[in-house]
Design a protein around this ligand. Structure first.
Ligand code: SF4
Ligand code: FES
Length: 383
């Protein structure tokens, strides 16, 4: 089938990718125990060169992609980040840098601004240095992040903070939001960690209990009211963990529907977590992006609804949630084509209910979490 021919297995023609996530590197100065990078990231050695990345950007833009994120690992570890941002800007992408803030300084912020970077999102681990150090494996990171959040705002960007919530920091949400307020944040994403990659490995030590989650939602609601009363414009977005929903999300807007990730070594994935699925993904070093997107078997495998099993196959909601998340289905059931067990109609929903019960009584401390680093990753590398 040529790249211009719609796949007849699909209910409609495949559209162009709108989003490109460029994972520039798996290297990172932090070791977050909830990282969504693959467990075996240490096996990935040869990162795409500057020239190869520029070619990826050009191909993606020519296909119609308009939004792009630079992430990792820590994208600031790439010394060519400014050059790549400049090229993405020249091509007409709206660019977002997703960073820990480590590796940033005022000069680099200015260089990125000059290169045309549209948006910066900095992650925070906690309201205090001790919890941040325990979860990210770095004692110095917290103060640096706070300084860089301020510097980003001083450079004229909106301050957008991302706080990953889990059972060891969610009870301190009040202090976390107060810190974001004090920093002058414009928007805060309170994102409960989703159970992929290293987070899935550490699930028992990360998933909050329902009581913790409900208290956090109440805290967020209280803060929203208070911020409105004060006329303070700080947007709070609270993302519930999938495990506490009764219906799954339409992950990535559907497999191979709008989203494309290019991994540091050029592997092209329908989502940033897909690398752990038992399938091999094409590489931009060997095939043009257009061919990968439209014609490759992995990108077509879960498009449309022909691949669905029951109960999704005959469910009225299948075009809304596309059967949920393929990665979650695989991690929980061993079958990536299964109904996402988050769905209460799934025959495997009991697995999610068991995880919720486990969260009520879990005793895993922060020191017991497996940190995401090269040493731990090697355990999962095949060769
Ligand atoms: Fe969605 Fe499948 Fe559940 Fe129906 S059965 S609501 S399509 S996940
Ligand atoms: Fe991979 Fe949902 S995270 S499909």
């Amino acid at each position: 089938m040529s790249s211009t021919t719609p796949n007849p297995a699909l209910p409609g023609a495949t559209g162009a990718p709108l989003w490109l996530l460029a994972e520039l590197t798996y290297r990172c100065p932090l070791q977050c125990a909830y990282c969504s990078n693959p467990l075996e990231f240490a096996a990935v050695k040869e990162e795409l060169s500057t020239t190869e990345w520029i070619e990826v950007l050009a191909q993606a833009r020519a296909m119609g992609a308009v939004q792009m994120g630079f992430s990792g690992g820590e994208p600031l570890l790439r010394q060519d980040l400014e050059a790549l941002v400049a090229e993405a800007h020249r091509l007409g992408f709206y660019t977002n840098l997703i960073t820990s803030g480590l590796g940033l300084d005022e000069a680099r912020i200015e260089a990125l601004r000059t290169a045309g970077l549209d948006h910066i999102q900095i992650s925070l681990q906690a309201s205090d240095a001790d919890v941040a150090a325990a979860i990210a494996g770095s004692r110095k990171a917290h103060a640096k992040k706070l300084a860089m959040a301020r510097a980003v705002k001083a450079a004229g960007y909106p301050m957008v903070l991302n706080v990953v919530l889990h059972r060891h920091n969610i009870d301190r949400l009040d202090a976390i939001i107060a810190l974001c307020d004090e920093l002058g944040a414009d928007a805060v994403e309170l994102a409960n960690c989703q159970m992929y990659g290293w987070a899935h490995l550490n699930r028992e030590g990360l998933l909050p209990s329902r009581a913790q989650l409900e208290a956090a939602e109440a805290t967020t609601a209280r803060w929203r009211e208070q911020l409105t009363e004060r006329g303070r414009n700080m947007r709070l977005l609270f993302v519930v963990p999938d495990y506490y929903n009764e219906r799954p999300k339409a992950c990535m807007g559907g497999w191979g529907a709008i989203f494309m990730t290019v991994a540091p070594d050029g592997a092209v994935l329908p989502c940033h977590s897909a690398r752990m699925l038992p399938m091999s993904f094409p590489n931009v070093r060997e095939q043009p992006l257009r061919e990968i997107w439209y014609d490759s078997e992995p990108f077509n495998r879960y498009r449309g609804d022909a691949w669905m099993q029951e109960p999704c196959r005959s469910c009225d909601e299948r075009h809304q949630d596309v059967g949920g998340c393929r990665c979650q289905a695989y991690l929980l059931t061993g079958d990536a084509a299964a109904t996402d067990p988050v769905c209460s109609l799934s025959p495997d929903h009991h697995l999610v209910e068991a995880a919720r019960r486990e969260a009520d009584t879990a005793t895993v401390e922060m020191v017991d979490l497996t940190l995401r680093n090269v040493h731990e990753s090697r355990v999962f590398c095949r060769d």
